[in-house]
Write a protein that binds this ligand. Structure first.
Ligand SMILES: *[C@@H]1O[C@H](CO)[C@@H](O)[C@H](O)[C@H]1NC(C)=O
Ligand SMILES: *[C@@H]1O[C@H](CO)[C@@H](O)[C@H](O)[C@H]1NC(C)=O
Ligand SMILES: *[C@@H]1O[C@H](CO)[C@@H](O)[C@H](O)[C@H]1NC(C)=O
Ligand SMILES: *[C@@H]1O[C@H](CO)[C@@H](O)[C@H](O)[C@H]1NC(C)=O
Ligand SMILES: *[C@@H]1O[C@H](CO)[C@@H](O)[C@H](O)[C@H]1NC(C)=O
Ligand SMILES: *[C@@H]1O[C@H](CO)[C@@H](O)[C@H](O)[C@H]1NC(C)=O
Ligand SMILES: *[C@@H]1O[C@H](CO)[C@@H](O)[C@H](O)[C@H]1NC(C)=O
Ligand SMILES: *[C@@H]1O[C@H](CO)[C@@H](O)[C@H](O)[C@H]1NC(C)=O
Ligand SMILES: *[C@@H]1O[C@H](CO)[C@@H](O)[C@H](O)[C@H]1NC(C)=O
Ligand SMILES: CC(=O)N[C@H]1CO[C@H](CO)[C@@H](O)[C@@H]1O
Length: 388
């Protein structure tokens, strides 16, 4: 189980962390070394895919698809339709956090040259690989609506997964998504810093967690609520991608390769606006801005943009949002040893994972795992790893 230090706002180095944080049975040093080694070789963005993607008309197809999905989301909620698109230009922490991801570009799929307008400067739109964090629960349900009874602003979350080596969409990828509720608590895990740590019943909770397979365009969607925030972190959602795992008869999924782990974020002004509505407004925990968040910094280090694009479904934020992002995945990578679950959902309910696997010691010297990606892009050194 994960116990968060009271010094939660301190940034720990990997070495420091493994020595000082009470985290029984779990030494993250090996994970950190392995992950750093693997990430060093991973292609970091989709710039090299630009020509391929443009030629294949993928982007305009995706824009049309997204527009249809937005229309569906509006129709479901009885809201009127409007047309809005977006373009992106991102490169570093400042440019990412200074860029509005609000989509109010007034073009439609039939606008002449729409592909050029929409795509020409969107070649760097994926989220970089990030950290799994301490609250991943393995064995959750395959389902698109993960809301359950959690109150909050409804959000339709849409992502496309692109193979960074072939620039093709990845079908049959299993997208694992989890995030905290409007007041900053994760279901399914117990830990200080996560709501009432004496509430053992939370282990059985499955709210705001689930998996969805991608379709032939590498796309999957979830229905959820806008996340709240908790101490020490900017508002975010967690993503983990599986391939070749097993969907069981009871509707849960386990196993397989994990070629991608990441965290996704939201524009600061959107978060501020959301925080004016109940129940978000009742959360008194200090807000960490994107520019001050360690994971935002590390994910933007090499030019990726891990912030969701969005449109309002209605006229105001509280009527709902449609958010989307594209993620570049290296299918030859496997972060299974770095993906440490806090708990596992079983037929006996949620069970804490007290010991975790490492690769038997060989990863501690920083050697990339077998099957580690080869590539030419280099990312900055990641000396910091986090428990939350
Ligand atoms: C970040 O990107 C912006 C816009 O492209 C640029 O003006 C700025 O110099 C960059 N900052 C750093 C630290 O590279
Ligand atoms: C688009 O949104 C930005 C940021 O909210 C705003 O500054 C700009 O005026 C808007 N443009 C249009 C055409 O609505
Ligand atoms: C998702 O599930 C919740 C709770 O059952 C429900 O209120 C909500 O309408 C559902 N969302 C969509 C888009 O169907
Ligand atoms: C978030 O989850 C916790 C734990 O279940 C619960 O106590 C809290 O009321 C939830 N927040 C909201 C806004 O419902
Ligand atoms: C969790 O669910 C299991 C199986 O449904 C049940 O046996 C167990 O008592 C529950 N645990 C808690 C703490 O509610
Ligand atoms: C594993 O998944 C990938 C991506 O979906 C697929 O192309 C491949 O055929 C699968 N391999 C096996 C052995 O099932
Ligand atoms: C679902 O089935 C798998 C395989 O039998 C099992 O390991 C797992 O505990 C089950 N999960 C739930 C929530 O029932
Ligand atoms: C670790 O490395 C040694 C020598 O390089 C090798 O014999 C051994 O099988 C490796 N162990 C694991 C778990 O990979
Ligand atoms: C690191 O591990 C690899 C794989 O087992 C091994 O080949 C290499 O010799 C090790 N390097 C050091 C410095 O221990
Ligand atoms: C449509 C558009 O904005 N295209 C621009 C994309 O970026 C290149 C280089 O930065 C510009 O030259 C294009 O005008």
């Amino acid at each position: 189980m994960v116990y968060l230090s009271s010094a939660i706002k301190v940034l720990f180095t990997a070495a420091l962390l493994s020595e000082t944080i009470a985290h029984p049975g779990h030494d993250v040093t090996a994970e950190v070394a392995q992950r750093n080694a693997a990430l060093k070789n991973t292609k970091r963005d989709l710039t090299h895919c630009r020509d391929t993607v443009t030629k294949r008309d993928m982007q305009s197809k995706q824009q049309k698809r997204r527009q249809a999905a937005i229309e569906t989301a509006r129709a479901k909620r009885g809201l009127s339709q409007k047309r809005r698109f977006h373009t992106l230009r991102t490169r570093n922490l400042t440019s990412v956090t200074d860029t509005s991801h609000f989509s109010n570009l007034t073009v439609s799929p039939s606008t002449p040259g729409v592909e050029e307008i929409i795509f020409s400067n969107t070649s760097c739109i994926l989220a970089a690989e990030g950290e799994v964090g301490p609250f991943w629960v393995e064995g959750e349900y395959v389902r698109s609506n993960i809301t359950e009874t959690q109150p909050g602003i409804p959000v339709t979350i849409d992502a496309q997964f692109i193979n960074v080596n072939t620039c093709e969409p990845i079908p049959e990828l299993m997208w694992d998504l989890w995030h905290c509720n409007a007041t900053g608590v994760y279901g399914g895990v117990i830990g200080s810093g996560n709501g009432d740590s004496d509430d053992l019943g939370n282990l059985n909770d499955t709210f705001l967690r689930g998996l969805q397979p991608t379709d032939e365009d590498g796309v999957a969607q979830f229905e959820s609520i806008f996340p709240g925030h908790y101490a020490g972190r900017a508002t975010h959602m967690h993503v983990l991608a599986h391939i070749n795992g097993t969907t069981f008869e009871n509707g849960t999924y386990m196993g397989g390769q994990i070629p991608y782990i990441g965290q996704l974020f939201f524009d600061q002004d959107l978060i501020s606006e959301v925080n004016t509505f109940s129940p978000y407004v009742e959360n008194t925990i200090d807000i960490v801005a994107n520019v001050d968040d360690r994971v935002v910094a590390s994910e933007t280090e090499t030019g990726a943009d891990p912030i969701f694009n969005y449109v309002l479904l209605g006229d105001t934020v509280d009527q709902g949002l449609f958010v989307w992002i594209e993620m570049g995945v290296d299918l030859t990578a496997d972060y299974v040893d770095g993906a440490t679950a806090a708990a596992e959902l079983t037929s006996d309910g949620g069970v804490e994972v007290t010991t975790t696997t490492t690769t038997g010691g060989n990863s501690t010297n920083g050697t990339a795992p077998s099957g580690a990606p080869s590539g030419t892009a280099v990312m900055g050194k990641r000396s910091v790893f986090s428990l939350w």
